[in-house]
Design a protein around this ligand. Structure first.
Ligand code: FAD
Length: 260
């Protein structure tokens, strides 16, 4: 089974600093692998340990520096990695991002079986990219995947978490899944893995490798734009101590938190 794992490099949002104009101060901000993509990676590593014929190609669309993230994934167990990087991809919204990644997969990995994304990226947080890639490739998709159960007869069986229930879903490959947070201990790189990752040649693909026209990608290919970005107003938190549940319910009612 040939897997393309889509990973995004994101700013470490636990360490965000804001400018006076309420924009993110990106200078000096550390970049990390999107945490949901770490879960996605762990799920496919488990699959690779279970089935002999699984190969993982890590793919990211981003700046040249994203190569460092790809090398870390190679050190831990990805077989190959590719970087989509071109000035013409800059300013892409989720539509153009999905279209570019789908076009690159179609052009460079037409024989893929499974595309794996994280459910969300912790910076943009739209959860649109995975479904958008599936839509452009016209393949089935399963979102909110908690666990991959098995792979047999060109089908993947997964557990999907929605609201207060778990669904068991069987999907025919080729397909795309978006992976939620799982109960995983992140795998570590081995010494051999690190040496292999350092030596690996990571191809960099640009717009000419995707078959797209410049007006399909980046800002030009983006039908949406950010109208305004602002900091959410902070609510004052009041601590109320009560002796009984009835008193507590009255206190909540007073704050407008409960209907009569
Ligand atoms: P989600 O959809 O929440 O991510 C879900 C999953 O999709 C991830 O876990 C990952 O598996 C996959 N994924 C997402 N992005 C990538 C990627 N790049 N490569 C591989 N896999 C991926 N961002 C910029 O960095 N520079 C810009 O100039 C820029 N301009 C923008 C302009 C507009 C008008 C808009 C709306 C957005 C812009 N963005 C820009 C943000 C960019 O569109 C998003 O970062 C990107 O589309 C992913 O969306 P998301 O962060 O909501 O990810």
């Amino acid at each position: 089974m040939k897997i393309v794992l889509c990973v995004k490099q994101v700013p470490d949002t636990s360490d965000i600093k804001w400018t006076e104009n309420n924009t993110i101060q990106r200078e000096g901000l550390e970049s990390i692998i999107n945490p949901y993509d770490v879960y996605a990676f762990e799920s496919v590593l488990r699959l690779k340990k279970k089935y002999e014929d699984v190969t993982i190609t890590a793919l990211t669309m981003g700046p040249k520096q994203a190569e460092g993230m790809l090398r870390k994934l190679l050190a831990v167990g990805a077989d190959d990695a590719v970087l989509l990087s071109d000035k013409k991809f800059a300013g892409a919204d989720t539509y153009a991002t999905g279209k570019t990644i789908a076009a690159a997969i179609n052009s460079k990995f037409p024989d893929y079986d499974l595309i794996v994304c994280g459910q969300f990226a912790i910076d943009g947080d739209t959860a649109q990219t995975g479904p958008s890639i599936a839509n452009f490739l016209d393949i089935p998709q399963v979102t909110y995947v908690k666990e991959i159960i098995e792979y047999s007869e060109s089908c993947l069986t997964v557990l999907r978490e929605i609201d207060d229930c778990i669904e068991r879903v069987k999907v025919k490959l080729p397909a795309l899944i978006c992976v939620l947070q799982g109960d995983f201990e992140p795998s570590r790189a081995s010494i051999n893995g690190i040496i292999r990752a350092q030596k690996a040649v990571i191809p960099v693909y640009g717009i000419d490798d995707t078959g797209l026209e410049p007006e399909d990608a980046g800002l030009k290919g983006s039908p949406t734009y950010v109208n305004k970005a602002f900091r959410a107003p902070q609510k004052d938190v009041e601590c109320v101590y009560t002796d009984s549940c009835t008193e507590l319910a009255d206190a909540i009612k007073c704050c407008g938190g409960l209907n009569e």
